[in-house]
Design a binder for this molecule. Structure first.
Ligand code: ATP
Length: 318
């Protein structure tokens, strides 16, 4: 279990982590989401003692990371997959890590196999692709067979087979009762992998709830209509006040600002046959976009909008 209490990190005049309190529970996968610069990596670094909090506390299984006698056996961490000596082979890297933590060679072989690195275990890590580097980082995180795993963007650079492998691996680890805390910008993957989400923006917790609950909170007012008479229905709907239309296919309309009963009534009155009429389900991405609407610091200006529409207060873009 990871417990943060009023966790704060100040850089210069800004709290990049600003009084965060949350608990990451064992036995489930908790996703850590937030826009670029929201403070996710800094928070994860404070959990494992790589950054010192300016205020507040964070503990793993009741103790600060540095207070654990065998930290690698307590917490496995993947923060930066590139943080590997490029001249060493994958196996040498893992053996060096294992040796300094009193972990046997057999466990090195186990994690090499578990992460699918057997065929490249003797290749210099400097020659690794991004995906292979991620696997090596995950192997290192698993080395101490820890109860808690902290993974910053673990699927970054992995191919679909690799992404599925990470998902299955993490699910298995959570099912064993371990605490799994991971960040990712891939919403579709987070929706499939995580049980619970902590969403942050500008250094603060915006939402902390099960994935289903976060998605169900989203208001969608879009109704999808399939009809062979889409053009006529579109013409009728466009006369209604507040209705907006998007055509997503020859016979498909996405209607916002109306309701399914109102559309059905209008269509029936005009003798228009409907094949499909259904409210569009919100996705995790929709939920995330709504939640972080006012917390995005770095937003590109759309190409067709020459004047800045960013909600950024810093005005920074990247
Ligand atoms: N060592 C540092 N010195 C000064 N500012 C820092 C330092 N490390 C991070 N920051 C700033 O803290 C803020 C939070 O950064 P952090 O990397 O934690 O965000 P993040 O949520 O992980 O972002 P991303 O999704 O882009 O990885 C950023 O504005 C960053 O520039």
């Amino acid at each position: 279990m990871i417990e943060a209490n009023g966790l704060t990190k100040r850089y210069g005049s800004r709290n990049v982590v600003d009084g965060m309190s949350f608990t990451v529970q064992p036995g489930k996968i908790t996703g850590f989401l937030g826009p670029n610069g929201a403070g996710k990596s800094t928070t994860m670094r404070m959990v494992v003692g790589l950054d010192r909090p300016t205020g507040g506390t964070v503990t793993v299984n009741g103790r600060r990371y540095a207070q654990h006698r065998a930290p690698l056996a307590e917490v496995g961490v993947l923060l930066d997959a590139k943080a590997v000596h490029g001249g060493r082979s994958a196996r040498e890297h893992l053996v060096a890590l294992a040796t300094t933590h009193g972990i046997g060679r057999r466990r090195v072989d186990e994690v090499v196999e578990l992460t699918g690195l057997t065929s490249v275990a003797r290749v210099r890590a400097g020659k690794f692709s991004l995906g292979m580097g991620q696997r090596l980082g995950i192997a290192a995180a698993l080395l101490g067979d820890p109860q808690t795993l902290i993974l910053d963007e673990p699927v970054n650079g992995l191919d679909p087979e690799g992404v599925l492998w990470v998902r299955t691996l993490l699910r298995g680890l959570a099912a064993e009762g371990r605490t799994v805390f991971l960040s990712s910008h891939l919403m579709s993957e987070m929706a499939l992998t995580a049980d619970h989400l902590i969403v942050v923006g500008r250094g603060q917790v915006i939402a902390d709830a099960p994935v289903d609950e976060i998605v169900s909170r989203v208001r969608t007012s879009t109704v999808r209509v399939r009809t062979p008479d889409a053009a006529r229905l579109a013409a009728l709907l466009s006369r209604e006040a507040g209705v907006e239309l998007a055509s997503t296919g020859a016979d498909l309309l996405d209607v916002t600002g109306s309701t399914a009963p109102a559309i059905a009534t209008l269509a029936a009155g005009a003798g228009i046959v409907l094949y499909e009429l259904a409210p569009v389900q919100a996705s995790l991405e929709d939920a995330y976009m709504q939640l972080t609407e006012h917390a995005v610091e770095y937003r590109a200006t759309p190409p067709d909008a020459p004047t800045a529409t960013s909600t950024s207060t810093s005005g920074a873009h990247r």
